[in-house]
Design a protein around this ligand. Structure first.
Ligand SMILES: [Zn+2]
Length: 76
């Protein structure tokens, strides 16, 4: 990592990365397709900094708001 700056969801989508979302409450990890995430957020035109998305995330498991998002390579 560290070759590109991946600051927004669209950066990840464009570079072909997935998003690894880790809950700050229960450490549940979810992999999300950055392209789908972008559509879901309506981020096609708007830039969504990962920091901002992190604050909006809500865990389906423990209901805690806030997650740590990092880019991960698509391995499937
Ligand atoms: Zn959780």
């Amino acid at each position: 990592m560290g070759r590109f700056r991946l600051d927004t969801v669209s950066d990840c989508a464009k570079r072909g990365y997935n998003l690894r979302i880790e809950c700050r409450g229960c450490n549940r990890v979810v992999l999300a397709n950055a392209v789908l995430m972008q559509v879901e957020l309506g981020a096609v035109r708007t830039k969504w900094p990962l920091e901002r998305v992190q604050a909006c995330m809500k865990c389906a498991e423990c209901g805690k708001r806030g997650a740590t998002i990092s880019a991960c390579e698509i391995t499937f």
